[in-house]
Design a protein. Structure first.
Length: 202
C-alpha cells in the first residue's frame, strides 16, 4: 500500500544544491530542491534515534521526491524536451504530438512547467551569483609563476558560485509505503515531527 503526501518549502535564505554542470572553478546549483536534500535533512534530524533513522531513511519505505518550483499553488515538473517555441511569438508546440511540425520552431528556455491543465504555466526560478577572487596574501593580487620547463602555475583564481534566491516556494511529494493505512499515517507523522519548523538545506 502506498500513499503520497505533498509538501511545500519556502527558502528563507539563498541555497546551493550542487550540480554536476560547470567547471572546477564554477559552483552551479540545480534549480529545484533535490529529494536527496530533504532525505539528508530528515537523516540529520533523527541521527540520534536508530529506530527513526531506520524507518524514515534506510528502510526504503519513505521516499522523498524532488521539490520543483510552485506556480499558482501547483507543483511544476521538468518541461519535456519535445516542447519548442515559435521564433516570433511566445507560443509553444509539443513535437511529440501528432501533426506538429518542427519548422520555424526553436528550443525553449523553459525548465519547469505545470502539466495538470490544458494550458501549461511556466515556472521561473530566480538565481543569483557571487564572484570570489582568490589572491596572493603577499602580493595582494593573482599572478602566474613561470617554471623552468616554461609551464605556468597560477597563484590565485576566480570562483563563481550560483545560488537559488531566497523567498521562492518549491512543492514536492513524500511517498510512504506500508501494510495498512494506519501504519502509513503513523510513518508520515514521524516525518512531519522530524522536520517540523526550519530545515537546513543546500
Amino acid at each position: 500500500m502506498t500513499r503520497m503526501f505533498p509538501y511545500v518549502l519556502t527558502l528563507r535564505a539563498p541555497a546551493i544544491f550542487d550540480s554536476a554542470r560547470g567547471d572546477p572553478n564554477t559552483g552551479l546549483t540545480e534549480h529545484y530542491v533535490p529529494g536527496s536534500a530533504i532525505r539528508g535533512a530528515v537523516a540529520a534530524a533523527v541521527a540520534n534515534d536508530a529506530q527513526g533513522l531506520q524507518t524514515l531513511v534506510l528502510s526504503g519505505r519513505v521516499c522523498y521526491l524532488n521539490a520543483y518550483p510552485e506556480v499558482g499553488g501547483r507543483r511544476s515538473l521538468p518541461a519535456p524536451r519535445s516542447w519548442k517555441r515559435e521564433k516570433s511569438e511566445d507560443l509553444w508546440h509539443d513535437l511529440a504530438a501528432a501533426g506538429t511540425s518542427g519548422e520555424d520552431l526553436r528550443d525553449g528556455d523553459v525548465r519547469f512547467a505545470t502539466h495538470d491543465a490544458p494550458t501549461p504555466r511556466r515556472a521561473l526560478v530566480k538565481t543569483s551569483s557571487r564572484v570570489h577572487h582568490q589572491r596572493d596574501r603577499v602580493k595582494g593580487r593573482a599572478w602566474k609563476e613561470v617554471k623552468e620547463d616554461e609551464t605556468e602555475e597560477p597563484h590565485g583564481a576566480l570562483f563563481v558560485y550560483e545560488s537559488v534566491a531566497a523567498g521562492q516556494r518549491f512543492a514536492g511529494v513524500v511517498v510512504v509505503h506500508g501494510e495498512n493505512e494506519e501504519g502509513i499515517r503513523e510513518r508520515y507523522q514521524q516525518v512531519r515531527q522530524a522536520v517540523r519548523g526550519q530545515l537546513w538545506l543546500g
